[in-house]
Design a protein around this ligand. Structure first.
Ligand code: ALA
Length: 401
C-alpha cells in the first residue's frame, strides 16, 4: 500500500498554488495528475464507445468498461450493478423519475432533515406528481438522526426512503445500515436510496455493508472529474427502475411505433456517455485504491478532531453539531460577523472555504443559522493546512469583531 505522506505532489493544483490552503473538497475535490493523463489519453485517441467497428472505438469501449469494473469494485459492486449519470443530482433525479410508477396516491416517501436540496426537491416533486406524502426523520438536539423518530415515520405506507450518508453541511454520519434494517422490518415495500456524495471519498461506501437498494455519488467529490456520477442499484431494485431518459444506446430494438429496452446498465445510459469522465474517474479510484482505506479513515478522523479542537480555541467561533463525530466537513458561525465576510477575509489570505447555505436551506433555517462557513478536508489536507487556516481565521475574527 502507498504511504499517505507526501501524496500532495500527485496534485497539480497543490503544486501550482503552494501558498494556498484548499479546504473546499466537499464542494469539489482536487484531481491527481493521473486523472488528467487518463482523460488526455482518451482525447488523443478519441472515439465513441459501444458503437464503431473500428479499433479506436473498441479501445475506447475497453477503457470505459474497465473503468466501470474498477469503480464498481471500489464500492463493493459489480459492473452490471452501476450506471453512469452526470453527477449525484442527475442520479437522484433519474431515480425519482424512474420510480414514478412505484409510488401512488397515499404512499409515503421518507427523507431526513439533513438532506441536500438534490435529495429533497426530486422527492417533493415526485410526491406532487403522484399525490404521495413526504415525511421527515427528525434530528436529536445534538444534530444526529433520531432513531425514535425513524421508527415512527417509517411504516408500511413508505415506498421510498432517501437519505444522505454524511451531511454536507454538518458532517454528521447517518446510520444507514440501521435505517435499512428498520426499513426491512417496518416497511417491506420501501426502496432505500443513499446519497453518498459526501461519504464516498472518505472510504465509507461499501454497498454490501450499507445494504441499501440504491447508492448515488459524484465523480468530482472522489478525486475524479466533474460531469460524471454513479448510481448503484441492487439487481432486484434495478428491475423495478424504469428508464427515465430515452434515445440511442439504451434499446434492444426500435420500430416507428415502439421500443424495447436493452439490458442493465445500458437501458439507463441513453446517449453518448461521459466517456472521458468515466475513464478519468476510473483512474481516480485506481489512484485511491493504492492507499489502505482504514488508514485513510483514521488519518482523516484524526485531522478532523485536530480541526475541531483548533476551532474550539477561538471563543467567537460556534461549531454546528460540536459534540458528534464529523466526517469530512465542519460548519461554523463567527458570532457578530457575517459568514460571507469571514469567507472573503480567509480568501484574501489564501484559504479557500465554502460559505452559504450549502444547498441545505431548510436544515439551516431549522437550526436558526441562515449561512455558515464550512471547512472540508480531503486526503491531501494536512495539519499545516489547518494551522494556516486557523491562524487566518483568528485574523479575520479580530478584524470583524
Ligand atoms: N454539494 C456540494 C457541496 O456541498 C456542492 O458543497
Amino acid at each position: 500500500m502507498k504511504n499517505l505522506h507526501n501524496l500532495q505532489k500527485d496534485f497539480p493544483q497543490l503544486q501550482r498554488f503552494p501558498q494556498s490552503v484548499y479546504l473546499d473538497s466537499a464542494a469539489t475535490a482536487l484531481v491527481p495528475q493521473v486523472v488528467l493523463d487518463a482523460m488526455a489519453d482518451f482525447y488523443t485517441q478519441k472515439a465513441n464507445v459501444h458503437r464503431g467497428a473500428h479499433t479506436l472505438s473498441m479501445q475506447a469501449t475497453a477503457a470505459f468498461e474497465s473503468a466501470r469494473a474498477d469503480i464498481a469494485a471500489y464500492i463493493g459492486a459489480t459492473s452490471n450493478e452501476i450506471f453512469f449519470t452526470s453527477g449525484t443530482t442527475a442520479g437522484l433525479n433519474q431515480l425519482a423519475y424512474g420510480l414514478e410508477q412505484y409510488v401512488g396516491a397515499g404512499d409515503e416517501i421518507v427523507v431526513t432533515r439533513l438532506e441536500h436540496h438534490a435529495n429533497l426537491i426530486p422527492w417533493q416533486q415526485l410526491c406532487a406528481r403522484r399525490g404521495a406524502k413526504l415525511r421527515f426523520i427528525e434530528l436529536t438536539d445534538s444534530g444526529e438522526i433520531d432513531l425514535d423518530s425513524a421508527r415512527v415515520v417509517i411504516t408500511a405506507r413508505t415506498k421510498i426512503i432517501a437519505m444522505t450518508h454524511v451531511s454536507n453541511t454538518l458532517g454528521v454520519v447517518v446510520p444507514i445500515a440501521e435505517l435499512v434494517a428498520l426499513a426491512r422490518a417496518q416497511a417491506p415495500d420501501a426502496l432505500t436510496i443513499v446519497d453518498a456524495a459526501q461519504s464516498v471519498a472518505h472510504g465509507l461506501v461499501n454497498v454490501q455493508e450499507l445494504g441499501a437498494d440504491f447508492v448515488v455519488f459524484s465523480g468530482h467529490k472522489l478525486y475524479g472529474p466533474t460531469g460524471v456520477g454513479v448510481v448503484y442499484g441492487r439487481s432486484a431494485a434495478l428491475e423495478l427502475l424504469q428508464p427515465a431518459l430515452f434515445g440511442g444506446g439504451m434499446i434492444s430494438s426500435v420500430s416507428y411505433e415502439k421500443a424495447e429496452w436493452g439490458g442493465v446498465p445500458a437501458r439507463f445510459e441513453a446517449g453518448t456517455p461521459p466517456i472521458a469522465e468515466v475513464i478519468g474517474l476510473g483512474a481516480a479510484v485506481r489512484w485511491l485504491s493504492q492507499f489502505d482505506r482504514e488508514e485513510v479513515r483514521a488519518y482523516e478522523a484524526e485531522l478532523m478532531a485536530y480541526t475541531l479542537v483548533a476551532l474550539s480555541k477561538i471563543p467567537q467561533v460556534r461549531v454546528l453539531a460540536p459534540s458528534v463525530p464529523h466526517v469530512g466537513v465542519v460548519s461554523f458561525v463567527v458570532e457578530g460577523a457575517h459568514a460571507y465576510d469571514v469567507g472573503a477575509l480567509l480568501d484574501a489570505q489564501g484559504v479557500a472555504v465554502r460559505v452559504g447555505h450549502h444547498c441545505t436551506q431548510p436544515l439551516l433555517e431549522m437550526l436558526g443559522v441562515p449561512v455558515t462557513v464550512r471547512i472540508s478536508l480531503g486526503i491531501y489536507t494536512t495539519r499545516e493546512d489547518i494551522d494556516r487556516a486557523v491562524a487566518a481565521l483568528q485574523i479575520a475574527v479580530q478584524k470583524l469583531s
